[in-house]
Design a protein around this ligand. Structure first.
Ligand SMILES: Cc1cc2nc3c(=O)[nH]c(=O)nc-3n(C[C@H](O)[C@H](O)[C@H](O)COP(=O)(O)OP(=O)(O)OC[C@H]3O[C@@H](n4cnc5c(N)ncnc54)[C@H](O)[C@@H]3O)c2cc1C
Length: 417
C-alpha cells in the first residue's frame, strides 16, 4: 500500500475537476493532485463532439473536446499532478482510498474537491414495461458508441425524454442516416434548453410529443415497436389514445443522477432535491475539509457554469488547506414560490459576492426573480421567459452579502404561464 500527501486533492478529471484544480493552484496550493478513473482527462465532454460549449466562458463556440482540451493544457502547464486509470473508492476522514493497477493507494489531503459528475437514469429507474429486447440505450451510451467507437446504434428511433442529451442525439442520429420518429416527453414542457429544441429537433423536422409517455416496448431479440400514450394532468397514461410506432431503437434521455457514492462514504449531508451535497457559498460541505462542484453537486445545463462554480470550489479548498477560510455561522438559502432548488443551500455573511444558481419549478413568461432575506428584498431580476431546463444565476453583491441575516429565499413569479 502506498501513501501520499497533498494540500488539495480533486476527484474527477472532467471540466469541473480541472477548473477546480487550476484554481486551487492559482490560489496558493503548493501541490494539487487530480484522480481520474478513465485513461484521459475531459469527462463527459470527450464524447460531446457537437458545438455549443464555451459561449459564456470563452466567448466562442467550441466542441466538447476542444473545451476540455483548453483546461487540460492549462492544468498541465500549472504543474498539476494527475493519476489517470485510478478510481477513488472511499473517504476516511482526511484520507482518500483509491485503487489502480499498482494496488490500493492512501492519499492524505488538507482539502478534497469532489467533481465526479453524474450518470444517466436507466429504464430500471423508470420501470418502463415491455420486453427486454436489444436496442434500448441511454442517450449518453448511444452517444459514446457513435462518437467514440464509431458504431451505428439503429435505423428507426424513438427517444423518450426531451433532455438536452436526447435532443442532441436526435440530431446526431439523423445526421448519421437514421430516422428519428419522435421525441416523447411526459411533462407538458421541454426538459432541456430551448436552443437545443430549435437546433436539434425543429431544424430536422423531428416531432416533439409533450405530455406523452412510453407504455410498452415489443420485440423478441431486437426492439420492434414502442407504444406511446398521452398522459393526463396527473401523468397517468390515457390508454384509449395509445398508438404503436414501429422502430428498432429506443433512446432514454430521462435525467441524470449525481454520482455521490464517494460522498456518502464520508457521511456528507446530501440534498433530497439536487441529490448532491448541501454546500455553502464556498462550495464547502458539512465536512469542512470536503468541497463539491460540477454535476456531482447539481446537474448543470451549461459547462460554462460548471467551470465558474468549480473555480470557486478550488479556490476555497486551497484557502481551507492553508487555514485561511473563515468559519462563521451559516444561514439557510431556500427555494420559495416558483423555484425548485437553490445551490448553495447555506450562506454566511461575508464581504464577497454570493452566486446563487437555481432552477424554476415550471415554465413561465414575464417572470420576476427575487432574492430576499429577513430584512427584505436583496436583488431582483426580470426575464421574458424562464424554463426549468435552464439554470438561472443571481449574485448578491458584496455590500449586501456582508449583512445577510435570517433566511435567504429565492422566488420566481410568472405573470403568464
Ligand atoms: C451528452 C451531453 C451533452 C452535453 N452537451 C452540452 C452542450 O452542448 N453545452 C454545454 O455547455 N454543456 C453540455 N453538457 C453538459 C456538460 O457536459 C456538463 O455540464 C459537464 O461535463 C459536467 O462536468 P463534470 O466535470 O461535473 O462531470 P463529468 O464531465 O461527468 O466528469 C466527471 C469525471 O469524474 C470521473 N470520476 C467519477 N467518479 C470517479 C471516481 N470515483 N474516481 C475517479 N474518477 C471519477 C469520471 O470518469 C469523469 O471523467 C452536456 C452533457 C452531456 C452528458
Amino acid at each position: 500500500m502506498k501513501d501520499f500527501s497533498y494540500p488539495v486533492v480533486v476527484v474527477g478529471g472532467g471540466p469541473a475537476g480541472m477548473a477546480a484544480a487550476i484554481s486551487a493552484k492559482e490560489n496558493g496550493a503548493e501541490k494539487v493532485l487530480v484522480i481520474e478513473r478513465e485513461n484521459r482527462l475531459g469527462g463527459i465532454l470527450k464524447q460531446c463532439i457537437h458545438a455549443g460549449f464555451g459561449l459564456q466562458y470563452f466567448g466562442e463556440e467550441l466542441s466538447g473536446p476542444e473545451y476540455a482540451e483548453r483546461f487540460a493544457v492549462k492544468a498541465k502547464e500549472a504543474g498539476i499532478e494527475f493519476m489517470l486509470d485510478t478510481t477513488a473508492l472511499e473517504i476516511r476522514e482526511q484520507t482518500l482510498v483509491c485503487v489502480n493497477t499498482t494496488g490500493v493507494l492512501h492519499i492524505n489531503f488538507g482539502a478534497l474537491v469532489l467533481a465526479m459528475g453524474c450518470r444517466e437514469r436507466t429504464r430500471a429507474n423508470l420501470v418502463i414495461p415491455g420486453s427486454r429486447a436489444a436496442g434500448i440505450y441511454s442517450a449518453g451510451t448511444a452517444q459514446k458508441l457513435i462518437n467514440i467507437y464509431g458504431h451505428k446504434v439503429g435505423k428507426e428511433v424513438v427517444i423518450l425524454g426531451s433532455g438536452d442529451i436526447g435532443m442532441i442525439m436526435a440530431r446526431r442520429l439523423t445526421l448519421g442516416g437514421a430516422k428519428v420518429k419522435a421525441v416523447v416527453e411526459i411533462m407538458p414542457y421541454l426538459a432541456g434548453l430551448a436552443r437545443n429544441k430549435a437546433q436539434c429537433l425543429d431544424d430536422f423536422d423531428i416531432p416533439l410529443l409533450l405530455s406523452h409517455t412510453v407504455v410498452d416496448i415489443t420485440g423478441v431479440d431486437r426492439v420492434e415497436s414502442v407504444t406511446i400514450a398521452p398522459v393526463d394532468e396527473n401523468r397517468k397514461p390515457i390508454m384509449e389514445k395509445a398508438e404503436v410506432i414501429d422502430c428498432d431503437t429506443i433512446l432514454l434521455s430521462v435525467g441524470l443522477i449525481p454520482e455521490n457514492e464517494l460522498t456518502r462514504s464520508a457521511d456528507v449531508t446530501l440534498s433530497g432535491i439536487t441529490k448532491g451535497a448541501v454546500v455553502n457559498q464556498y462550495k464547502q460541505t458539512d465536512k469542512p475539509y470536503i468541497f463539491a462542484c460540477g454535476n456531482v453537486l447539481h446537474v448543470n445545463d451549461l459547462v460554462d457554469h460548471v467551470s465558474h462554480e468549480s473555480e470557486d470550489a478550488g479556490k476555497y479548498a486551497a484557502m481551507y488547506a492553508a487555514g485561511k477560510l473563515p468559519t462563521v455561522d451559516q444561514i439557510e438559502v431556500a427555494p420559495g414560490e416558483g423555484v425548485r432548488y437553490v445551490c448553495p443551500q447555506k450562506a454566511s455573511p461575508a464581504d464577497m459576492p454570493i452566486d446563487l444558481y437555481f432552477r424554476t419549478a415550471a415554465p413561465g413568461r414575464n417572470t420576476t426573480l427575487t432574492v430576499s432575506d429577513d430584512n427584505g428584498v436583496l436583488i431582483t431580476k426580470k426575464l421574458l421567459v424562464t424554463t426549468p431546463g435552464t439554470i438561472e444565476k443571481m449574485t448578491i453583491p458584496a455590500d449586501k452579502a456582508k449583512n445577510i441575516s435570517g433566511k435567504i429565499v429565492v422566488t420566481a413569479v410568472h405573470k403568464e404561464a
